[in-house]
Each structure stands twice: as C-alpha cells, then as structure tokens.
Design a protein around this ligand. Structure first.
Ligand code: PMP
Length: 432
C-alpha cells in the first residue's frame, strides 16, 4: 500500500472506493491528459467527473484567474458589485432560453439544487415535490430527499414530501414490450393518477436530470419530459432541470440537456464543468421566481471573483470554439465505434449516450445480469492502457465516460481503441 493510501483513513468517508486496486494520485494535467505520481500519463475520459470541461492547464482560464489574483482580491463579499459575476449571469441567462431569467451562484451542484427546491417550495407554498427514479441530486437534506439512487440515500429525514416518477427505469417488467408512445402514455397516466390521488395539496416542482449521471447515463425516451411538462403546466407545477452533468453543450445536440427534449424549464441548476475545476454552481430561473418574497439572498462564496473569472473564461472558450459541435463529432466517433463492436463483444449489454456523455454496460455474457466485477476489471485494464474512465450505475456495472469537450478526433479514436482493447481482453477472459 502506498504511503499516501495508508494515510487516506484521515479523509472521510474512509470506506469510499478510490476506483482502482491501487488508487491513482494525479499530480499534473495538460490538454486532455493527466499524469500520476509515478509519471504515468492517462487520456482522461472522466474529466474529474465532468469537471474539467475544457481540459487541463488552459491558458485562457489560468490567465483570467491570475489576473484576478493580481488585484490582491481573492474575495470580499457578494454584497458589493462584481463585474465578472454580472457578466457571467447575463451570459447564462441568455443561453438558458428561460424568459426574463436571473442567476444565483453557489459553490456546488448540491447547493444549487437545494436553492432551486427552496425557490420552488416558496413560490408554490407546498413541500410536495416530484423527482425521478434512479436520480442523484446531491448531499444536502433536500438534495438527498429527491435522490432515488439507493447507494446515496442514507437516512434522510426529508424536509420534503417526494414522489418518484418513471423515466429511465423502463426495463421494469410492467413496461416490457411497450413502444415509446405506449411507455410515455403509461408514465403520464401514472403522473396524472399521482397528482389526482397521491398528494396532499399542490405540488411545487419536478426535478429531473435530462441524462441521469450517477444513475449510469440512463435516459428517458424522447417525448417523455415534454409529455410530463404538458401535464405539469396544467397544474402550475414548476420544472427544474438538473444540468450539473448535461449542460454547456456536452450532449452535442443542445446547449442544455433538457433542450434535447423540446422543454424550456422554469429553472436549471448547474455546477461541475463551468469553472473548469474551480468551484462554481448556480441556478438560472424565471425572474419572478427569483424575486419572490423569500428571495434567497446571499451565499458568502457563491459568485466569488476567482470562480467567476474561471467560469467566464471557460464559458467563452466553449462558445468561441463551438465545443458543442466538437462534442457531437467526437461523441459520434466513440458511440458509433462502440455500437459497431457490440455484436462481437457479448460482455457489452448496452452502449448509450449523447455527445461526450456515453456509457457501456457490462453484463455476464451467460445470464445477461449486470456485472460489477467486469466493470472493475475494465477499470484496471484501461488504467494499464493509459485511460481514465468512470464507473457506476445502479448495479455498479456501468462504465461512464465523459472526456473534456476539447477532446480531438484523434484522441477520440485513440480512446476508442483503448476501450475496445480492454473490452476484448475482458471478453476473452470470460469466454475461457
Ligand atoms: N446533480 C447531479 C446531476 C450530479 O451529478 C451531482 C454530482 N455528481 C450533483 C447534483 C451534486 O453536485 P456537487 O457534488 O457539486 O454537490
């Protein structure tokens, strides 16, 4: 055991899996690659769980942050005017497509979701909230309450009354054999039934991830969110899209994930990639919700000048380099390449995703059952070959990959080669 790993017991939670038999200590990064303490280089296909949106050591981000540090002000307080914050809010409000939008900055996705849930419950005067099966929204009371993924539930004494809707859990027996249209009709029926009979009074909001991140990059079929939104609109129930993983062009086909579904939400929450490693989160919402009688007010560090400098530089970079289009192109190389290989790889149960957010599900080739053991093997094999991936999903058998949006076409092909080599090795081993 390395010296650093043996000291990791000082870090809570000590049971946390560090992904590999011998966990990696990353000490440097450049472009879309990182280097570990032993000098091994990796193509980064997880980007710090989608945090390094435009790669490592980006001069534009470094310069913006250094310029801010050179002023001598890391942070004073958001009670003062802050140009970078106003500029970033204006950009996000415009990009959101939400009418008369305003932005509130936080330090994390959890805090962003907590804020959105507070705003929704204030605006609607009820603690009833809808969320999706298999969801993950963060680590606070409210965010855990709307999280359905059992691994992350803990014992939350919820401040909210939460009801979970069907979406990406279409594999359930009761839905087998249904067409998309039949499935959507069944889900809408369920929602209408719940609204009519299952809630004590008005419902504040539905919170949903357009593609479920921690859940294993699982997706509701096209048309479901639109159908839900139509029902919710009839009742005045708000729609919160959690864009913590799906925002900023990552899905290739839209700038925010929910826009793939033709839905303009009332609020969106974001975090992770926007600061390209610096802690930035926030809520963008309809102005009337933000300006309600219980306006949220202040976050001491939310919107601080260093994070704002990093976020402005990152967002400008994404827009100036049309990284949404890049994600569409490189994502297609990867997703198409993996799909094409599926027939000769019985360990691969599913390949799914949009743009640079894609997943491979590993199954026991004999039974088709989810295989977390094979996912763990894949992690070791790709580490050896110099690629970082993520894993997760409800059963721990989903390989999640989401490289920086700056991934080049050559790097996409290189990564595809490594992934396929690792899958072939695992497939051979299981066939023995
Ligand atoms: N929402 C989603 C969809 C997430 O994936 C995450 C983090 N994995 C969060 C919220 C919570 O964000 P944070 O860890 O920054 O609090």
């Amino acid at each position: 055991m390395s010296e650093l790993l043996s000291r990791h017991r000082a870090v809570m939670p000590t049971w946390l899996s560090l992904y590999y038999d011998e966990p990696i200590e990353i000490v440097r990064g450049k472009g879309n690659r990182v280097v570990d303490a032993e000098g091994r280089s990796y193509l980064d296909f997880f980007a710090g769980i989608l945090t390094n949106m435009i790669g490592y050591d980006v001069p534009e981000v470094r310069d913006a942050v250094e310029r801010q540090l050179a002023t001598g002000v890391v942070h004073t307080s958001t009670v003062y005017l802050l140009r970078a914050q106003v500029e970033l809010a204006e950009k996000i409000a415009r990009l959101s497509g939400i009418e008369n939008a305003k932005v509130f900055f936080t330090n994390s996705g959890t805090e962003a979701n907590e804020t959105a849930l507070l705003l929704a419950t204030y605006a609607r005067g009820t603690d009833q909230v809808l969320a999706m099966r298999q969801s993950y929204h963060g680590r606070s009371f409210g965010a855990i309450a709307v999280t359905a993924n059992r691994s992350w539930k803990n014992n939350s004494l919820s401040p909210l009354n939460v009801h979970f809707l069907h979406g990406a859990d279409r594999h359930l027996t009761q839905f087998r054999g249904m067409s998309d249209a039949q499935y959507i009709a069944a889900c809408v029926d369920d929602l209408r039934h719940l609204l009519a009979t299952g809630v004590a009074n008005d419902v504040a909001a539905l919170i949903a991830e357009p593609i479920q991140g921690v859940g294993g990059f699982t997706m509701a079929p096209d048309g479901l969110f639109r159908a839900y939104k139509d029902v919710l609109d009839e009742e005045g129930v708000l729609f919160i899209s959690d864009e913590v993983q799906t925002g900023w062009g990552r899905t290739g086909s839209a700038f925010f994930g929910i826009q793939n579904h033709g839905v303009t939400p009332d609020m969106m929450t974001f975090a992770k990639g926007l600061g390209n490693g610096f802690a930035v989160g926030g809520v963008v919402a309809r102005g009337d919700l933000m300006d309600g009688p219980h306006a949220i007010g202040l976050s001491t560090f939310g919107g601080n000048p260093v994070s704002m400098a990093a976020a402005n530089a990152t967002l400008d970079y994404v827009l100036d380099h049309d990284l949404q289009r890049c994600a569409a192109v490189t994502g297609a190389i990867l997703i198409d390449g993996l799909r094409a290989a599926m027939p000769r790889l019985p360990v691969v149960g599913d390949v799914r995703g949009k743009g640079l957010m894609f997943a491979v599900e590993l199954v026991d080739p004999g039974t088709g059952a989810p295989s977390p053991a094979l996912a763990a093997r894949f992690m070791e094999e790709t580490k050896k070959l110099g690629l970082l991936a993520g894993k997760g999903g409800l059963y721990g058998n989903v390989l999640r990959m989401a490289p920086p949006l700056t991934l080049t076409e050559d790097e996409a092909r290189e990564g595809l080669g490594i992934i396929l080599t690792a899958l072939e090795t695992i497939d051979e081993e299981t066939g023995k």
